[in-house]
Ligand binder design. Structure first.
Ligand SMILES: [Ca+2]
Length: 479
């Protein structure tokens, strides 16, 4: 059952009202998104209480920034992502959205905990055969939503530890259907390592089918079985991460496109993921719960150029702290709350999703410990628009105290590269300053002309770095 309550709020007016208190230009003056909140309240038929929305978090793996129609409509891949484009048309795009790390495992550690993973030493990938994992004193968004009455599922890639104590079922997920490893074959294997096997709550499943299709089927099954109670579905695709393996029928569809062989395979993998998203959206529609479901789509780190992912117009790739390594596509759909087609240009980060989810779940997340993000519901909620907007910087570090480090504050990005190889890996390079509003491709280093700003931002970075742990484990270079 549902009943409607209509509130109209003009986000543009909010931007104008708050412009004077945004010293760091946290809000871009060009942000002209108009958010209209038309809240629909769903009621639990069992007891008449208000039912919080379901939450579906769709995560791609290593996708290119430009490789979706809603990101770049003249991309040769654009025609293969109609379902994600539909999601973007029905929701809002966040055009300055970041992950907290440029590689898989730390990115997921940040996403699921709402904390910078560098704070708790989760700064490197976890290799099979090791006993490392998401530190057990860290609480996941699944833990927190489970406590609030949500049924929780992780479908797909885990990559947050292989030992039993790190298993998704022990980290807040009622149901796990996927693989523990960071990647695996998309096709059935005669023999596979246990961490690469598709399992259901620890029990291995038969090797069959194309991996992305299997994850879609599992997600649809979970939605069908759980539609009568609030749920959180974390659908963590392995696509389009390596290995480059596409379904023959998808490849055949893309045969005529003017793409290199590798890019064609990559495009077919993206298409397959888009088809999977289409199945999930259709399941929400068929169950009649799409209007009461917040859907977020994003990607765990920048595109992998070895797979011929395209991060245009950003510079860099997976593993880099340049924009191409950390800025990712992001779409948020919540019918009645987010105006279709809205474009949100404020900087935001994956760490914001946990506070956002707690808020839309109708709960107070302010006592949840050291969360690093802020709720994005302030972009579309009536109450949030009356609050003072947050003033903050976003931070990154890779590979410990001698690795590259970066900060974004408003339009500015301060980036300090790791030690140049010819200097013996001892000292970081000189700071670089970019105006991302004018120069998203980080082509023009302004550090020489703005020494005071560089000094101030560098102090912020040093203060943040002072809060961090050293990486708890080593790993080989990211692959
Ligand atoms: Ca990744």
């Amino acid at each position: 059952m549902r009943c409607a309550r209509v509130d109209l709020v003009r986000f543009q007016g909010y931007l104008e009202t708050h412009a004077e208190i945004s010293r760091m230009s946290f809000f871009f003056p060009t942000a002209v998104a108009t958010i209209v909140s038309i809240a629909t309240t769903f009621v639990d038929d069992r007891d008449g209480s208000e039912r919080p929305p379901n939450i579906v978090l769709l995560l791609a793996d290593d996708a290119g920034y430009a490789d979706f129609g809603f990101q770049q409509d003249d991309s040769p891949i654009a025609e293969w992502t109609p379902h994600l484009d539909r999601l973007a048309q029905e929701g809002a795009r966040l055009t300055n959205f970041y992950m907290a790390a440029a590689i898989c495992s730390p990115s997921r550690a940040g996403l699921l905990t709402g904390r910078y993973p560098q704070r708790f030493g989760h700064e490197r990938n976890i290799l099979p055969g090791t006993n490392n994992g998401l530190p057990l004193d860290q609480v996941t968004m699944a833990d927190r939503l489970q406590e609030r009455g949500y049924r929780t599922a992780c479908v797909g890639k885990w990559h947050l530890g292989y030992a039993k104590e790190y298993h998704p079922n022990r980290r807040g997920f009622d149901w796990f259907y996927g693989c523990l490893a960071g990647s695996r074959s998309y096709f059935p294997l005669e023999e596979s390592a246990p961490v690469k096997r598709i399992q259901e709550n620890g029990a291995p499943t038969a090797e069959k089918g194309y991996l992305t299709d299997r994850l879609a089927s599992a997600a649809v099954r979970f939605i069908g079985e759980t539609k009568d109670q609030p749920f959180f579905l974390y659908l963590s695709f392995t696509a389009p991460h390596s290995p480059p393996q596409a379904k023959p029928e998808d490849l055949a569809r893309i045969q005529g496109a003017e793409l290199s062989e590798r890019r064609r395979v990559y495009a077919a993998m993206v298409k397959s993921m888009d088809d999977a998203v289409g199945q999930v959206l259709a399941a929400l529609d068929e169950q009649g719960i799409a209007d009461n479901t917040l859907v977020v789509f994003t990607n765990d780190n920048g595109g992998q150029t070895r797979m011929e992912a395209d991060n245009t117009p950003l510079r860099g790739k997976k593993g880099d702290l340049q924009e191409g390594g950390i800025r990712v596509p992001c779409v948020v759909r919540w019918p009645g709350h987010v105006e279709p087609g809205a474009v949100i240009e404020q900087p935001a980060i994956s760490l914001d999703l946990l506070p956002t989810f707690l808020e839309v779940a109708g709960t107070d997340g302010s006592q949840e410990g050291e969360l690093d993000g802020v709720t994005l519901a302030s972009l579309w909620s009536d109450e949030g628009m009356k609050a003072t907007p947050p003033e903050r910087a976003l931070y990154w570090r890779s590979f410990g105290p001698s690795g590259p480090i970066a900060l974004r504050s408003g339009r500015w990005k301060l980036s300090i590269p790791g030690p140049p190889k010819d200097e013996g890996f001892e000292r970081r390079g000189a700071p670089r300053l970019y105006d991302l509003d004018q120069d998203p491709g980080e082509a023009n280093d302004l550090a020489g002309s703005q020494p005071d700003l560089v000094h101030r931002l560098r102090r912020l970075l040093e203060e943040w770095e002072g809060l961090l742990e050293s990486p708890r484990w080593e790993s080989q270079p990211e692959r």
